[in-house]
Write a protein that binds this ligand. Structure first.
Ligand SMILES: [Zn+2]
Ligand SMILES: [Zn+2]
Length: 446
């Protein structure tokens, strides 16, 4: 049985033959409509990805070394680098928030770029580097937690916020961050999972399993009689029902060894699970913790501003009201959506998923799958307010004239963002489809 010719949808576990794709083609699951992992960006030459990674690393260093914004008021000048913003939060006894900003805007993007380069260059030269598995697993693990593009939006909002108070001068770091955001947006279209196939090709001299054609099309499942099992005619089959298991890291489909207490992937050595253990319970606990943290996040001030003996507290909704009343209603809408609507939406959708998984597992599976993807996609944008706080604290420190410090609301809000992201990662979307009867193959190739 050649399981290497199979691919399992990571969201609904349905088995497919590996699609034959060329050029800019991608493949998506015909049942849950999720893009099949390991097919996005597979046609992009490794040279281009490597060159872009080097360019992004250089731009990253420039962006970190130079000031992002300079502020001038009453003959005093202040400037903020990203690292300076982290240091301001750290010295202001907001060490958890400082760590969150440091990891999401400095450490994780840097590790991702370095690790990607470390595996890409030898692959291009036809070699598989030592610790390839570990490095590629690291890239895949930390990718969702790097948030340079959210930081860039935070810079824009901080500039607009400061313009009415002082003269704002964009620094070289701002332009570097703009360029870096564009480069990372392009790199994000490249799914590092395709490198597992390239590694196999080099290591075992295997021909590429996937060939790339030009037209985008949806992959239709076929009755998987080709691996020796005999399901009902024209029925679909999931990996679990076929006694197989798909690795969530590298996508390799392999035989499930039920007797083993901890089965590891034969290719990347990740621990394999037919379903994430205690997925619903863990998601419930994280959602409950996030919901509790959401209350102080909105009630407590995220910033304290003191100027010439006068002090003022700023809550999230206070910031939205400030933009609205000062005429910057587009920014008021952006901040309101990112800081109020998105966290509430995430909590509501995750609660719905938990209730549905417990009470009615087969209820509206396609809509619930789409909601799951929405939560995964928008979750990171709530970090916006944390970045605005970090930059404002770093910029406004003019001695007794004006000082801004972070408030306890920032810590609670950061906790909401992290907890909801962890909750959505803990929820196993395959649970949505486990009780849905697979329909007949419809032949939706196009
Ligand atoms: Zn699917
Ligand atoms: Zn694997």
């Amino acid at each position: 049985m050649d399981y290497k010719k199979l691919i399992a949808c990571h969201e609904c576990d349905l088995l497919f033959r590996k699609p034959l794709l060329r050029g800019g083609q991608t493949a998506s699951c015909s049942r849950c409509r999720a893009g099949l992992e390991g097919t996005q960006g597979a046609s992009v030459p490794l040279d281009r990805i490597g060159a872009l990674t080097v360019a992004a690393l250089i731009t990253f260093c420039i962006a970190q070394a130079f000031p992002v914004i300079q502020l001038q008021t009453n003959g005093m000048t202040s400037e903020a680098t990203l690292f300076g913003a982290v240091r301001s939060l750290w010295t202001g006894h907001m060490r958890i928030v400082a760590t969150m900003v440091f990891c999401s805007a400095i450490l994780f993007p840097l590790i991702e770029l370095l690790a990607l380069l470390y595996v890409l260059v030898p692959l291009r030269l036809g070699k598989v580097v030592r610790h390839f598995n570990r490095m590629l697993r690291v890239v895949q693990l930390i990718r969702p937690w790097g948030m340079i593009e959210v930081f860039m939006l935070g810079v824009v909002i901080t500039i607009v916020k400061m313009v009415s108070m002082a003269q704002v001068i964009p620094g070289p770091g701002l332009f570097a961050f703009g360029a870096l955001t564009l480069m990372l947006a392009f790199l994000a279209t490249f799914d590092p999972r395709v490198l597992w196939s390239t590694r196999d090709e080099i290591k075992f001299r295997q021909p590429a399993e996937i060939r790339w054609t030009r037209v985008k099309r949806r992959c239709a499942p076929r009755a998987p009689t080709f691996f020796g099992l005999k399901p009902a005619p024209a029925a679909h089959m999931t990996a679990r029902s076929a006694g197989l298991i798909a690795c969530h890291t590298c996508g390799l489909v392999q035989k499930h060894i039920a007797a083993s207490s901890e089965q590891r992937c034969s290719r990347c050595e990740s621990v394999l699970h037919t379903r994430h253990p205690d997925s619903v319970t863990r998601t419930s606990s994280l959602v409950l913790a996030a919901a509790l943290a959401y209350i102080p996040a909105n009630l407590l001030p995220i910033m304290h501003a003191s100027s010439l003996g006068h002090s003022e507290d700023d809550t999230i909704l206070g910031g939205v009201a400030y933009f609205w009343t000062s005429g910057d209603w587009p920014l008021a809408v952006v901040v309101f959506v990112a800081s109020v609507v998105v966290p509430m939406l995430k909590l509501a959708i995750l609660t719905l998923q938990i209730v549905a998984a417990r009470r009615s597992p087969d209820w509206q599976p396609l809509e619930r799958a789409r909601l799951h993807r929405l939560v995964e996609c928008v979750g990171r944008w709530s970090m916006l307010d944390i970045f605005v706080v970090a930059l404002t604290v770093a910029l406004v420190h003019f001695g007794s004239f004006a000082v801004v410090t972070a408030g306890p609301g920032a810590l609670a809000f950061g906790a909401v963002v992290i907890l909801t992201m962890l909750a959505s990662h803990q929820f196993d979307p395959r649970l949505i489809w486990d009780n849905v009867r697979c329909g007949p193959a419809r032949g939706s190739r196009r």
